[in-house]
Design a protein around this ligand. Structure first.
Ligand code: FES
Ligand code: FE
Length: 370
């Protein structure tokens, strides 16, 4: 008797451990696609900046005197010194290089340099900071290092909304108007793809997420909300809100529809963003892949501005997904060492509920082949 298997192999172990694979991913994924870099609301006044690692580049995102956000490579045009070594801060009028004091306006133009008057050939625009494409969406600055970025609509906004099956479904949370209630930064000793794969599946939910499955009982069955287009996981009957003990949260966000109420939606925006939508808040993860086996994840809990302004205690709703994050990242860190074992040389398998993860693997493989 012959049997056929519907099991699909994962990527091979070296895909998660080989620095050459990671270098190719930096070039062909993180430096080529739109990358969600900075929460716009973190940069309030002119001169407020944040530096982020995008692929192999350090990028500065800074708010100009005209109120607009701009992004530049964090490299001095004179002799290449790193301009800002802090992760965030505020410059007063210009970005000044600590080496020989070339100074750049917040729009990137070279504003001043010692003895500049005696260097008429130095064009202030040509020797300005190297600009990086920037778009704002969901209240975040998304940057793209490609000379010609892919369509933002095709690769980001559509990709984020297609999973919900209704282009307006995400818009109703008005994420760009929400306020930051809490941010937790996780330094995860695992390859970024393990984190994406883990987020996409729910086969592990019954094993490692007791609090989450108590609120969303269908997750105990192992099928992720992302498996079905348009599907939101329903809260358990006795659960009042998306909180660690199922107690009440805050009021439903104003435009969230009746059919979105008491439901949880999860979206992956490739390559490095996860968005979770629940009636009274939004959780947005940005991943910063720093090495083949290290990924920093910044997770923001976003609430209606009135909730944050009132000083309400958000800790019970933060605690639910904070525990989920810790449980997930522990699992990813537990998996990372196995990726270099000979046991995983040819990869593992995906169970039938995870066919969408094999689509992610195909996407990665195709990106690297370009
Ligand atoms: Fe920046 Fe010289 S390297 S001013
Ligand atoms: Fe999980």
């Amino acid at each position: 008797m012959t049997t056929t298997s519907s099991l699909i192999s994962t990527l091979p172990g070296r895909s998660y451990t080989d620095p050459a694979v990671f270098a190719a991913e930096q070039e062909k994924i993180f430096e080529s696609l739109w990358f969600c870099a900075v929460r716009a609301g973190d940069l309030r006044g002119p001169g407020a900046f944040r530096t982020v690692q995008v692929g192999r580049e350090s990028v500065i995102v800074v708010r100009g005197r005209d109120g607009l956000l701009r992004a530049f490579l964090n490299v001095c045009r004179h002799r290449g010194a790193r301009l800002c070594s802090e992760e965030s801060g505020e410059v007063r009028r210009t970005i000044r290089c600590p080496y020989h004091a070339w100074s750049y306006d917040l729009d990137g133009r070279l504003a001043a340099a010692p003895n500049l008057a005696r260097m008429p050939d130095v064009d202030r625009v040509a020797y300005g900071l190297v600009p990086v494409h920037l778009r704002e969406w969901l209240g975040y600055a998304w940057v793209c290092l490609a000379a010609e970025p892919p369509s933002f609509e095709d690769t980001v906004t559509y990709a984020a909304t297609e999973r919900l099956g209704d282009p307006e479904a995400v818009a109703r949370y008005r994420v760009d108007e929400l306020a930051l209630g809490r941010r937790v930064v996780y330094d995860v000793r695992a390859n970024w793809k393990l984190i994406v794969e883990n987020f996409m599946e729910c086969y592990h939910c019954a094993t490692i997420h007791p609090e989450l499955t108590a609120v969303l009982p269908e997750f105990a069955g192992g099928y992720a909300a992302q498996y079905y287009v348009g599907h939101g996981a329903e809260f358990a009957d006795r659960v009042e809100g998306f909180t660690v003990d199922g107690g009440p949260g805050f009021g439903r966000l104003p435009d969230v529809s009746q059919d979105q109420d008491r439901r949880y939606y999860a979206i992956t925006v490739k390559p490095q963003v996860f968005v979770n939508l629940v009636p009274d808040h939004v959780i947005l993860h940005r991943m910063f892949p720093l090495a083949v086996d290290r990924t920093v994840v910044e997770c923001d809990w976003l609430y209606h501005p009135d909730v944050v302004a009132s000083g309400a205690d958000v800790s019970r709703s933060v605690e639910l997904f904070h525990r989920v994050n810790e449980q997930d990242f522990d699992a990813c860190e537990r998996t990372q060492p196995g990726m270099s074992s000979r046991a995983y040389r040819d990869g593992g398998v995906l169970v039938p509920s995870e066919h969408h993860i094999s689509a992610f693997h195909r996407w990665v493989t195709e990106r690297l082949a370009v």
